[in-house]
Design a protein around this ligand. Structure first.
Ligand code: SF4
Ligand code: SF4
Length: 674
């Protein structure tokens, strides 16, 4: 594996090194000194003798000139120099810096920055680093293969795809500021980002295609920007890095290029605190993109929302954001997610009607069968529509459960029931299902041989060797279902109650308020979010079971499958467990909380309401940022804390929002009921 350059002082960022050095800068003595001769990659990729690679420039006495030069060099180190030849690029940058800033070559007295050795991470042979989800290896980062099954090829291609997407947004953000937008560019970045979420796209061929497609989209975005500038009679900015990066034409070349965007390499350049916070913003925007992609399937388009996406992604290319700027941007991502969840909520309701309380069958009806998993209600509708009159029963799985509460979906008589639990059990459950299976979004796991031949993907999901359905033509899925035996007989008649979206609960508002005023309902708990494989997640079922009888539990997301089949009974005529829906239905939960706060003439934080969140992947991060943006305090989060939140950031979030890690069900319950 090729080696990459890294700074000799990993604890310092370039700018810290530049500005916080105790020696005066300028005066003809101090130099920015690249000992590229010591960079193995430079030697490997160039014809120049190592001794020729040491370039030295001495800045004039003006600090801004040095900063300017450093910024350009820094950007190019990150995005362009490393995978090719640092010295070749450096020479042109130095020339440019000299021309523009009166820098002149001379002998250095002391190097400010030395590029000389590869990072330990790369020396140890790692070619991937990912810590975007809760199950990340050792709670630190997946470095050889993802716990999710993502290998280094897929990880690298996803990193590169995000890199080009940022380049697209560099142009699109500037176009948006000039009042121009291209809906195709907007839609592309949303769908491309979705492909990089946990448990979505594991197909290298598909990701390579997206990278090349992204370069074409970037060209369109650049053209629009230049056109907008010309109309506004202003000169376009000269953009670099992700805006101009050229992908290799081979897979090996792409993988070599991928080293430049690996997080450990970026950490060496930007510093851990900044790069970790950038990841927080990135993971947040990934989650928002997933929800926006679902809304897009319903034709919902709001240019100002896409403009914000571009602003955030462009921001992530800035070389030196401060901690304060990054935290402010993280909360802005939370605000954006609130708007997108509202947009998706409206899209669902306009398409299928408002969710209603509905009993959902949990067992089979004899006959041919299709199982639909993931979050895309539009896909489910199309499957139901295309299977009318064919004698196929359609079952929901995982996050598709709330579909049964939408009037237009439950009107299909062959929407037979809900099968199984959360995504983590899919290997066993899909193997046992006697029909064809469709995965419409995350969370897919590696299909086992028992069902690999009868599982299909759609939308952003892809797995090598699994048939991907295009344009909602589900004929291959239906044909497969007709070939398979299906259920030979009806199963038991168990049911669960779902369908407590904001409209339903607000219709019950008077009843709820009266129950609280009479003391029949003491406290509300929102126990929701994702599920995952860690043993610590039993906390959530223990907590739900231990909630006293005079309290209501609201739930959403796939975390509920740990307790949603338990009998919680009723209180003051209300079910004690109110299933609000999918994780994006956090919007409903917020509306319910706001309505209660209004009824009781207090703030949401003053309500007898406790939020206990289980996170797993990036949508949960977007949701968390939304709740923080809304100023919700005292939330508990688990089962473990995100690896990308440093102790300092966690301390800050604790101080500002009293965000806490879960402890034990007993301890937390006692604290929440004080
Ligand atoms: S998505 Fe999660 S499990 Fe997969 S590689 Fe990244 S951190 Fe690891
Ligand atoms: S709620 Fe999160 S963990 Fe659960 S299926 Fe959806 S994306 Fe996956």
């Amino acid at each position: 594996m090729a080696l990459a350059c890294a700074m000799t002082t990993p604890e310092s960022t370039v700018f810290e090194k530049l500005f916080h050095d105790d020696q005066p800068i300028g005066g003809g003595g101090t130099a920015i000194w690249f000992t590229a001769a010591a960079c193995p990659l430079a030697i490997k990729h160039s014809q120049i003798e190592p001794t020729h690679k040491a370039e030295q420039i001495t800045p004039s006495s003006t600090l801004p000139a040095v900063a300017w030069a450093m910024e350009i060099i820094w950007i190019d180190i990150r995005y362009e120099c490393i995978p090719v030849c640092p010295m070749r690029n450096y020479a042109s940058i130095a020339r440019k810096a000299r021309d523009n800033c009166d820098l002149r070559r001379s002998q250095p007295s002391r190097p400010l920055l030395t590029l000389e050795v590869e990072s330990d991470f790369l020396r140890e042979g790692h070619a991937m680093f990912c810590y975007q989800c809760e199950q990340t290896s050792k709670g630190q980062g997946c470095q050889t293969i993802g716990v999710c099954g993502k290998d280094e090829t897929v990880a690298t291609l996803q990193d590169l795809l995000l890199h080009v997407v940022k380049g697209i947004s560099m142009y699109a953000h500037r176009s948006a500021k000039l009042g121009a937008a291209d809906p195709e560019v907007d839609a592309f970045i949303i769908r491309a980002i979705f492909a990089t979420l946990t448990n979505v796209n594991f197909d290298p061929g598909n990701l390579v295609g997206l990278i090349y497609q992204a370069v074409g989209v970037r060209r369109a975005a650049r053209y629009l920007y230049e056109l907008s500038c010309s109309r506004a009679q202003t000169a376009p900015a000269e953009l670099h890095g992700a805006a101009t990066w050229v992908p290799s034409t081979t897979l090996d070349g792409l993988l070599a290029q991928g080293e430049m965007v690996l997080l450990p390499v970026r950490r060496l350049i930007e510093g851990k605190e900044i790069s970790d916070l950038k990841e927080l913003v990135l993971y947040g925007i990934k989650g928002v993109a997933a929800y926006a992609a679902h809304a897009l399937e319903f034709g919902v388009v709001r240019p100002q929302i896409y403009a914000k996406f571009h602003e955030v992604l462009d921001f992530l290319t800035h070389p030196a954001p401060t901690v304060e700027e990054l935290l402010a941007m993280a909360l802005a991502v939370g605000e954006l997610n609130y708007q997108v969840m509202e947009m998706l909520d409206r899209a669902h309701i306009e398409a299928f009607g408002a969710p209603q309380p509905t009993m959902v069958r949990l067992h089979a009806i004899g006959g041919k069968a299709i199982l639909v998993s993931g979050h895309d209600l539009h896909d489910l509708y199309a499957v139901l529509d295309q299977t009318r009159g064919l004698g196929i029963q359609v079952y929901t799985h995982g996050e598709m459960l709330p579909a049964h509460s939408y009037p237009k979906l439950k009107a299909f008589s062959h929407l037979a029931g809900n099968y199984g639990g959360a995504w983590i059990d899919q290997a066993e459950e899909f193997a046992a299902f006697p029909g064809a299976i469709l995965m419409t979004s995350n969370c897919i796991q590696e299909p086992t041989k028992e069902y690999k031949g009868r599982i299909f993907t759609s939308g952003p999901v892809a797995w090598p060797g699994v048939t991907h359905i295009q344009d909602r033509d589900f004929s291959p899925l239906i044909a497969q279902a007709l070939l398979l035996p299906g259920y030979v007989e009806d199963g038991l008649d168990d049911e669960i109650l779902i369908g407590f979206g904001h409209d339903t609960v607000l219709d019950l508002a008077d009843q709820v308020i009266a129950a609280v005023k009479l003391g029949a309902v003491r406290h509300f708990f929102l126990i929701g979010g994702c599920d995952g494989a860690r043993s610590g997640r039993t906390y959530y079922s223990e907590l739900a079971e231990k909630v006293p009888d005079d309290c209501l539990i609201l739930t959403l997301g796939c975390g509920k499958f740990r307790f949603n089949k338990l009998d919680f009974g009723y209180i003051a005529g209300l079910p004690r467990l109110l299933d609000i829906g999918q994780c994006n239905d956090t919007y409903s939960a917020i509306k319910i909380a706001q309505a209660l706060a209004e009824a009781f003439q207090c703030g949401v934080n003053d309500l007898p309401l406790s939020l206990v969140l289980s996170w797993y992947e990036q949508k949960a991060i977007a949701v968390l940022l939304t709740l923080l943006h809304l100023g919700i305090r005292n939330m508990r989060i688990g089962p473990t804390l995100p690896a990308f939140l440093s102790p300092e950031v966690l301390k800050l979030l604790h101080e500002k929002f009293n965000l806490q890690a879960i402890t034990t069900a007993e301890e937390d319950l006692a604290a929440m009921l004080v």
